[in-house]
Design a protein around this ligand. Structure first.
Ligand code: NDP
Length: 456
């Protein structure tokens, strides 16, 4: 079967790629295994040199890579360039800090000498999504390769061009053949790869359903998984919030990557006393983005990545309205030419328990405003979800904000007066159905290593 990239602006096929056969996959796995036997013994200095070279190639190819993202998944050029810059930074971060994060730790015991050493485990399979095609991949690649593992990437089927360009960057950066390869396969073929004895672990970013399927197979074979799944991040706006700031950040976070981000703000839980003013300002800020072809430099919001995902989002919006929510902005498919995947920025108010906007992830530019009686009620609603990826709270009382972030919100990353983001220096991941394990920071690089005790 062919893997196709389709332009979400007009539904036209950009390119068809032949799927890797079972034989080709087996060859790639064998090459990865062979490469690992040497790669595991290379010095941190050598690994860091390759990562630094990858960072400079990413920057040199920034425009071309941003264009490829615009064509394959609809990201505006400026955002694409920002994503590539972030990938360069994660390569530099682990090139600079990887050796220190992975160094042996001496432990005083009754042995002559005892220490903990972090050894690579071999081939790690990365199943990645289309929303940040480079960032999601490099967030695994930089710590993974620095730790001495080798990677196989099964990227989302709508971004094969991006997937192949990642392999090329790493080869051009001097990583030996086989240290990182792209498998061009659909999701049905993932279990076969997991089952291969040489594949030691899997990291997946994507939907809860995909995470559950992959973890089930890997778990049956006692292979470790790290899962970064969906989220329905609550943004709490308290009575004493700076509403100008809060609404600017809320709109920015809801519309990041056209709403298609696991850590985009999705539920806006606003204390009743300030709701009217919040909604007024928020609507202004959600309405003033230029929607258009992502390939045009002035475009701020492109189409969604796939028409089927846009249609699903529209169904969710209509269901909320049918169940009693009020649509005060958007709620429609814009009248553009062709078989496009555009959706208008949308605000639903009066979202309540029992509606899909309250409990499900809305993966597109749709904001759900939920009214809270007071602070305690807002926290209760924020945690009344099966997800637990990110959360934010807006208040002028910084200590209160910090306490709510630290003690009250059930999420892997809680921010005060700003939007949830990932950063190479701090861990990233969720609780509850948003997954387990951590990427990035000092914790991320230790997920796929053998934490070995040596005693003599
Ligand atoms: P999926 O979770 O289906 O896809 C993400 C990745 O997982 C892709 O590489 C996909 O491959 C693969 N995959 C899907 N199903 C399986 C499976 N059973 N076994 C192994 N691998 C699998 O996301 P969708 O693209 O369908 O988007 C659906 C929803 O997922 C979104 O609306 C959103 O809620 C959520 N999502 C969350 C993301 C996040 O950042 N946490 C990112 C993307 C989506 P293939 O493309 O070949 O199917």
């Amino acid at each position: 079967m062919a893997i196709q990239s389709i332009n979400p602006v007009n539904g036209k096929i950009i390119k068809s790629y032949k799927e890797d056969t079972a034989g080709k996959c087996a060859q790639k796995i064998a090459l990865a295994e062979k490469a690992w036997l040497t790669w595991r013994r290379t010095s941190f200095e050598k690994r860091a040199q390759h990562l630094l070279k990858a960072a400079s190639l990413l920057r040199a190819r920034k425009e071309a890579l941003a264009k490829l993202m615009a064509l394959e998944m609809g990201k505006p050029l400026r955002d694409g360039a920002g994503e590539i810059e972030k990938c360069a930074r994660v390569c530099e971060y682990y090139a600079k800090n990887g050796a220190a994060l992975l160094k042996d730790e001496l432990v005083k015991t009754d042995a002559k000498k005892s220490f903990i050493t972090l050894q690579p485990i071999g081939i790690v399979l990365a199943v990645m999504p289309w929303n940040f095609p480079y960032w999601q991949s490099f967030r695994f690649i930089a710590p993974g390769l620095m730790a001495g593992n080798v990677g196989l990437l099964k990227h989302a089927s709508n971004v094969p061009g991006c997937a192949l360009s990642i392999e090329k960057i790493l080869l051009d950066a001097g990583f030996p053949k086989g240290v990182f390869q792209t498998l061009l396969i659909g999701s049905k073929r993932v279990p076969q790869v997991i089952e291969h004895p040489s594949v030691k672990a899997v990291t997946l970013t994507g939907s809860t359903e995909a995470g559950s399927r992959v973890a089930e197979r890997a778990g049956a074979l006692i292979k470790k998984t790290v899962l970064e799944l969906g989220g329905s991040d609550p943004y709490i706006v308290l009575e004493d919030a700076d509403l100008e700031l809060a609404t600017t950040i809320c709109a920015q976070s809801r519309l990041i990557n056209n709403g298609q981000s696991c850590i985009a703000a999705k539920r806006f839980i606003v204390v009743r006393k300030v709701e009217k003013e919040f909604v007024k300002l928020f609507k202004e800020k959600m309405s003033n983005k230029r929607l258009g072809d992502p390939i045009m430099p002035q475009t701020e919001l492109g189409p969604m990545s796939r028409a089927d995902l846009r249609d699903e989002l529209h169904r969710q919006v209509l269901k909320n309205i049918k169940d009693g929510a009020t649509c005060i902005l958007g709620g429609n498919i814009p009248d553009f030419k062709g078989n496009h995947a555009f959706y208008s920025p949308t605000i639903l108010t009066g979202v309540k328990k029992g509606m899909t906007g309250y409990s499900e992830e809305l993966f597109g530019p749709v904001a759900c405003v939920i009214t809270a009686r007071n602070e305690a009620h807002a926290i209760e609603i924020a945690n009344d979800t099966s997800f637990g990826l990110g959360a934010a709270v807006f208040t002028k009382d910084i200590l209160k904000g910090e306490r709510i972030a630290r003690e009250e919100l059930q999420a892997g990353a809680c921010f005060v007066n700003t939007f949830v983001k990932s950063d190479p220096r701090v861990p990233f991941g969720g609780v509850k159905q948003s997954g387990y394990g951590r990427e990035l920071g000092s914790y991320g690089i230790k997920e796929f290593v053998n934490i070995k005790t040596v005693w003599r």
